[in-house]
Design a binder for this molecule. Structure first.
Ligand code: FES
Ligand code: FES
Length: 156
């Protein structure tokens, strides 16, 4: 059976082994390298993408189970890098080395999809599984709160 997957709005055939992790399908097959490899074991969050809008760790998700699903990666989060989170990230100079940041932003975007007005605790709880070896946690939290405020202004 012909299996395909939608990634950032474009349809791709799943023409690899069903067991290949989505992360490697994205990076090696499609050369979408914004999504990063950290631990390969679902423990750090560097590889976070959205599957039908929900944050998902692509390193432990076989591509074969995603036929017909819609995936969003950091490359597809916005057309021009102008998602409120991306703007807040820039304004707050969040990244240090940057390696974890795509996963951080995708996880935060999933949070705001389900909870557009998160409390500080909500942010802490949602982001606790995304590891940053550079310790940018306080700036991440500030940027998420700022992006939530902007989203609230946009809908009011
Ligand atoms: S690389 Fe996927 S959770 Fe660490
Ligand atoms: S910015 Fe370096 S690991 Fe997070």
């Amino acid at each position: 059976m012909d299996k395909s997957i939608i990634i950032n709005g474009e349809k791709y055939a799943i023409d690899v082994d069903n067991d290949m992790p989505l992360l490697w399908f994205l990076r090696d097959r499609l050369e979408k390298t914004g999504t990063k490899f950290g631990c390969g074991a679902g423990l750090c969050g560097a590889c976070t993408v959205h599957v039908d809008g929900v944050a998902t760790r692509s390193c432990v998700t076989p591509v074969g189970v995603l036929a017909g699903k819609s995936i969003t990666t950091i490359e597809g989060l916005s057309d021009d890098g102008d998602h409120p989170l991306q703007k807040a990230w820039l304004e707050n100079n969040v990244p240090q080395c940057g390696y974890c940041q795509a996963g951080q932003i995708m996880n935060a975007a999933s949070l705001l999809n389900t909870n557009p007005t998160p409390s500080g605790n909500d942010i802490d709880n949602a982001m606790q599984g995304n590891i940053c070896r550079c310790g940018t946690y306080q700036r991440i939290k500030k940027a998420i709160a700022q992006a939530a405020d902007e989203l609230a202004r946009e809908v009011s």
